[in-house]
Design a protein around this ligand. Structure first.
Ligand SMILES: O=C(O)[C@H](O)[C@@H](O)[C@H](O)[C@H](O)COP(=O)(O)O
Length: 246
């Protein structure tokens, strides 16, 4: 089954130029969204790949290019650990981005892992409903990473989460990582204006090839679920990661 949405490949030899190109894209989109709607919604991904991007956005090279007081931050997923835990995606973003830029707490939508996983998912859904109001939940940019097993956000292979058609946020115990995860689901991710995968390193090449394959098997390759309804799917890759799809 051919994919029917727009995809843009952005492939760079060096990680530095990859990161600055994605940072430039975020800056440009923030300007357009703020002009259009007075605010910009950015969904952050977790894991290790995006840390340097967040540090770059908070650096002298970029900090003055964005009206941060009009930016609202969300998370694509969260590990079910305290927000002070070293595994927390929130803590990584707080350290690399929020604290250096002195982002106001009412501009940061963290998943509340002090509640049960199911309560946290429900509360986050309510937060999103409040943010979007009666408007369709079109995040301006959703950043995503890709696991070696082709998971993205916390949409892991062979989980119930993959088949959620209605809820925007769900929690599930993920046996593969022996922890509860809270995650945006494909229905809301696919409503974004822009979805940007940030992936680098030769170890991700096979996962990217599977994710991009037109032979769909979403249980095996969950990232294949990411097919924007109206927006653009961007792949920000370094050459090592892109070697099987260039
Ligand atoms: O909470 C998480 O871990 C992320 O949301 C997850 O989807 C991540 O993006 C991939 O696992 C890639 O992680 P790395 O960037 O560390 O390879």
């Amino acid at each position: 089954m051919k994919r029917n949405n727009e995809q843009q490949l952005h492939i760079f030899e060096q990680q530095d130029t990859l990161l600055s190109s994605l940072a430039d894209f975020i800056v440009a989109e923030s300007k357009q969204a703020i002009t259009r709607e007075g605010r910009f919604s950015l969904v952050l991904s977790g894991g290790s790949s995006p840390k340097r991007l967040y540090e770059l956005l908070a650096s002298d090279a970029y900090r003055d290019q964005v009206e941060w007081n009009k930016v609202f931050f969300f998370f694509g997923d969260e590990r079910y650990v305290p927000l002070t835990d070293v595994q927390s995606n929130y803590l990584m973003a707080k350290t690399a981005l929020f604290d250096p830029l002195q982002i106001a707490t009412d501009h940061i939508y963290a998943m509340d892992t002090a509640q049960t996983p199911e309560e946290a998912a429900l509360c986050y859904q309510q937060d999103l409903e409040a943010y979007f109001g009666t408007k369709t939940p079109h995040f301006d940019i959703i950043l995503l990473g890709l696991g070696d097993n082709v998971h993205t956000a916390s949409l892991f292979p062979y989980t119930q989460l993959l088949h959620e058609q209605k809820a925007w946020v769900k929690a599930e115990y993920i046996n593969e990582v022996k922890m509860n995860r809270i995650t945006l689901t494909a229905p809301i991710i696919n409503q974004a204006n822009h979805i940007a995968f940030l992936i680098f390193g030769a170890g991700k090449a096979e996962a990217i090839q599977s994710a991009m394959s037109d032979t769909l098997d979403i249980d095996k390759y969950p990232a294949q679920l990411i097919q924007p309804d109206h927006g653009v799917l961007h792949w920000f890759l370094d050459q090592d990661a892109a070697r099987l799809v260039e």
